[in-house]
Design a protein around this ligand. Sequence first.
Ligand code: ARG
Length: 465
Amino acid sequence: MSDTQKTWGGRFAEPTDAFVARLNASVGFDRRLYREDIAGSRAHAAMLAGQGILSAEDHAAIERGLDQVLAEIEAGDFTWDAALEDVHMNIEARLTALVGEAGKRLHTARSRNDQVATDLRLWLRRFIDETLPVVDRLQDALLDLAERDGHAILPGYTHLQRAQPILLAHHLLAYVEMLERDRGRLVDCRRRLDESPLGAAALAGTPFPIDRRHSARALGFAGPMANSLDAVADRDFAVEFTSAAALCMVHLSRFAEELVVWSSQEFGFVELGDAFATGSSIMPQKKNPDIPELVRGKTGRVFGDLVALLTVLKGLPLAYNKDLQEDKEALFDAADTLRDCLEATARLLPGLTVRADRMRAACDAGFVTATDVADYLAAKGVPFREAHHVVGRLVAWCIVEGRTLPSLSAAEFRTFHEAFADDVCAAVTVEASVAARKSEGGTAPDRVRAALAAARARLQARRAA
Ligand code: ARG
């Protein structure tokens, strides 16, 4: 196409430099907004027609043309032209080629500035709507695993040192809670982004007698944005989403790290299904946790996307600036990465083999009931600080002698303090330790059973709503 044919070609005598055209073009990545762009144009055209700004014939021609453009794009028959810069001008040019004059009238009382802001909000709203069920599916998968193997007892860790025994279900439910907050942040982001920039035009509004409520309603927005400058300059929604995505990735990467560690030979707590692990090209014995590693690694890109967006916006004067074109790749990348990682984690869980025996052995060898032994003494009237010291000496002795706490007899306990009675061995088992932690939010089986049921019910209520 020649430059004077460009939508903005009127003012220009010289053609755009080819390098500039390539750098300037966004159609390579913003074409994925085509559905939203067409929906926005339909809403705008219907509003213009309703207000008598566009004739009924022109409106009908635009509708017909947009139907065809949409069909061509979805059939893969549409020719995207980088010389036309972006998705908006590609679609408008094709529309005009198809229906003539009417296509040229579509841009009345509109600018690409309010158009792109509208498209992006619509796109993100749909993305969130499609992603919330993926979060739910991951919660389901965690709950399924908790129900299947959650009775296994493993050491809970602090400082990555074996600390106190916990139920596997309790551990998994911690991630269900994290995801619930992630979900809440996405819902919150969706609620705030649900306003229409359309009709802000370039930045100041328009002299045409438009009805912004009409087009906002047609697009399912709660209403129009209040300020035209804010409408075209704001990308808070992209930052909010990417920040929620980054935090969700933090959670996924923590779980991924645990899967990596747990599937090592040193831990051996779980084995990944063959479909979710890979081998080494040189070491025949290897089964590598590539998928959790990728989830862990991809977390960095989403952080990068967030910092990129914040940096693009920082110090940007009102209203629209071309810098804002840089919002899309970061937003799309954060969105795609989040969705893939949620999906990958949900899919890998059913194939996970839990090695309850290895978890149990780690508890037995790990002195995880030491607190319970000290609590036992404290309950017999020994001041807790003294009890703590006694058990410290006992553990040190076990380490030297190569003994574990469950292997000790009552008589052996007694050599460290006379308050140890015959009931001590039964009182300080791993099961007793877990069962004793009955406080709200604790790992006792009854509490965990109730927490599991509550999490299931929460998901069910959501699906029924
Ligand atoms: N491709 C542009 C973007 O993504 C669309 C808006 C262009 N507006 C303008 N005044 N040049 O931001």
